[in-house]
Write a protein that binds this ligand. Structure first.
Ligand code: FES
Length: 107
């Protein structure tokens, strides 16, 4: 079962178990990660699941698509080159140990 570390600037680190095939956002919701809001439930309409992917993992989490790029222009905290919508990162065994940071605010 792959694990994800969510680094939260307000509350510290939280390690969450994920299931291959689910999104990082879904794992965060089930794992009680307070730094992810996910208002739209994963339909790429809210950008409240914004995360910063740790440098060690940025090349392994896939590419942003065009709609994700547009949504990242409306995040509460400024998007950076390592920004992703966590609902668009699909977990797999290869991502075991993934580290993402949650923004100070999602709203
Ligand atoms: S949950 Fe709304 S964009 Fe990811």
């Amino acid at each position: 079962m792959p694990k994800i570390t969510f680094t939260d600037r307000n509350n510290g680190d939280l390690i969450v178990d994920a299931v291959s095939g689910e999104s990082v956002m879904q794992a965060a919701m089930l794992g009680g990660v307070s730094g992810i809001v996910a208002e739209c439930g994963g339909s790429m309409m809210c950008a409240t699941c914004h995360v910063y992917v740790h440098d060690d993992w940025i090349g392994r989490t896939g590419e942003r698509n065009e709609i994700e790029e547009e949504m990242l222009e409306s995040t509460a905290e400024p998007a950076q080159p390592n920004s992703r919508l966590s609902c668009q990162i699909t977990m797999s065994d290869e991502l075991d140990g993934l580290i993402v940071e949650t923004p100070r605010s999602q709203l």
